[in-house]
Ligand binder design. Structure first.
Ligand code: NAI
Ligand SMILES: O=C(O)/C=C/C=C(\O)C(=O)O
Length: 480
């Protein structure tokens, strides 16, 4: 049984209170998680504050060396980390091995490079002055990450924060704490200076709420549900803490009659069901042009039927378990609600039975539904599970009206060979990310984030480095 402890001032540290950790594939307890309280928060803040003066003065090239060293250790331990991620989340081991853990290392390497390239700007004034814009780290910042891509999103936040010279209190999801705990052991092995990074485990409404409220926290980067994002904004905004909120989505996948058929089928299936539909970028509304609606629907349903949930530890598994009992019940409840609203379930619609060691696991059949109006609950609320809703559309105008007719605006994908149409759609669609003939092709340099209730601010590339710094402009007059 794992005993998952905090990482404070360069050491592992436990708590009086403990939570249980579960393995979604078996539904069994896999370990205990220390649940941080006031004392651990105070210790972590004190450690970060005392590390900050030296860390902010550490040259970018040296901060980069630390981040690269941690990336090396992640790559060395890829197999163990992938296994831990799969056990903790229920995701297929193959996905953890090929996506989650390599991306965690890439995040660290990417922002290591950024630390060496991020520079001050200057602007000459022709009447005899020069502006010199400094970018200074905030001090102690909070990085709060969710359970769907645990180490991937944890490192996506802490890497730019550290690269920019901040000291960090990381708060991984209490649902999937394991890889952040293994990462803290790698930080100890690497000898990362004490207090530069601290990791507190525990309940969101407990230590998470305390953390965002703490006056020493100058900026908060959060990824998770929209309701939690709203609560964080309510607490943080009146104290003028800097906020980056990456929240939910109800993303449209828009398939035109001239799409590349096989490629579109494969990729829209992946967009709907990757990680059991538990990625904020997943395409949970599949809009299909009327002329091809029935043929595309039938081919899509056939492919979805073949995605049998199975033991995530097996290398051939493509669909694993959903992350927790609570989430399993939530998703099944959403399917029930769709039924009540009159949905026609084309495939799935039930819990999936996976035998053997997974007999008690939290598996849901990949589910495809149709027949609901764009405005009904199932087509408006984020389900965040293996459920996709199909809707026909006549033309671009109707596709845009459906696509934009939700409170979210995170991601969209457009499938057509007509590049002019693709550009017109991209211009008019309300989402922070638009993919044309691809889905989730990630370039770490691009701004990543959403419009409307999908969030505030952007992550990635220079956006992240700017978020984790405060601009200070110095104007120097000279005799021209
Ligand atoms: N990126 C995304 O779009 C994600 C969306 N979700 C959505 O959110 C729904 C709820 O999932 P949850 O696990 O409850 O996610 P959540 O948004 O509550 O949790 C994300 C992180 O926030 C922390 N947290 C929770 N309450 C907090 C508070 N008051 N102050 C500070 N930190 C807090 C959690 O401990 C966790 O580390 C899901 O059903 C799903 O629809 C969940 C995870 C990721
Ligand atoms: O940055 C990415 O590649 C993916 C981000 C995904 C999320 O933020 C999410 O699913 O919550």
């Amino acid at each position: 049984m794992d005993r998952i402890e905090h990482y404070i001032a360069g050491e592992l540290r436990s708590s009086e209170a403990w939570l249980e950790n579960f393995e979604p594939a078996t539904g069994q307890v896999s370990g205990k998680i220390a649940d941080a309280g006031e004392a651990e928060l105070d210790a972590a803040i004190a450690a970060a504050q005392s590390a900050f003066p030296a860390w902010r003065r550490t040259p970018g090239a040296e901060r980069a060396r630390w981040l690269n060293r941690l990336a090396d250790l992640i790559e060395r331990d890829l197999e163990a980390l992938a296994r831990a991620e799969s056990e903790d989340t229920g995701k297929p081991i193959t996905l953890a091995r090929s996506v989650d853990i390599p991306r965690a290392a890439s995040n660290l390497r990417f922002f290591a490079a950024a630390a060496t390239q991020f520079s001050s700007e200057s602007h000459l004034m022709e009447d005899g002055a020069i502006n010199w814009t400094l970018r200074e780290p905030h001090g102690v910042v909070a990085c709060i990450s969710p359970w769907n891509l645990p180490l991937y999103l944890f490192t996506w936040k802490i890497a730019p924060a550290l690269a920019a010279g901040n000291c960090v209190i990381g708060k991984p999801s209490e649902v999937t704490p394991k890889t952040a705990w293994l990462f803290s052991k790698l930080c100890i092995e690497a000898g990362l200076p004490s207090g530069v990074l601290n990791i507190l485990h525990g309940r969101g409404p407990g230590i998470g709420a305390r953390l965002i409220d703490h006056p020493a926290i100058k900026a908060i980067s959060f990824t998770g549900g929209t309701a939690t994002g709203a609560e964080i904004a309510r607490v943080a905004a009146p104290r003028f803490k800097k906020l980056s909120l990456e929240l939910g989505g109800k993303n449209p996948t828009i398939v035109f009659e001239d799409c590349d058929w096989e490629h579109t089928l494969e990729e829209t299936l992946r967009a709907a069901f990757a990680n059991q539909g538990q990625i904020c970028l997943c395409g949970s509304r599949l809009l299909i042009q009327a002329d091809i609606y029935e043929a595309f629907r039938d081919a899509f349903v056939e492919k979805a039927r073949a995605l049998n949930p199975a033991d995530p530890a097996l290398p051939e598994t493509r669909q694993g378990a959903v992350v927790s009992r609570a989430h399993y019940e939530k998703v099944l409840g959403c399917i029930e609600q769709a039924r009540e609203d009159g949905a026609h379930i084309l495939v799935g619609g039930e819990a999936a039975q996976v035998g053997g060691r997974c007999d008690q696991g939290w598996f849901i059949q990949p589910t495809v539904i149709e027949g609901l109006s764009p405005s009904c609950r199932s087509n408006q609320q984020e389900i965040f599970g293996p459920v996709v809703s199909l809707m026909p559309f006549r033309d671009e105008e109707e596709a845009l009206a459906i696509a934009n007719g939700v409170d979210y605006g995170l991601a969209s994908s457009i499938w057509t060979k007509d590049i002019s149409r693709a550009h017109r759609m991209a211009r008019n669609i309300e989402s922070g990310l638009v993919w044309i003939n691809c889905w989730m092709r990630r370039d770490l340099r691009v701004p990543m984030g959403g419009m409307k209730q999908s969030g505030v601010g952007r992550e990635g590339g220079w956006e992240a480095m700017r978020f984790f710094t405060e601009a200070k402009n110095v104007t120097v007059a000279f005799d021209g």
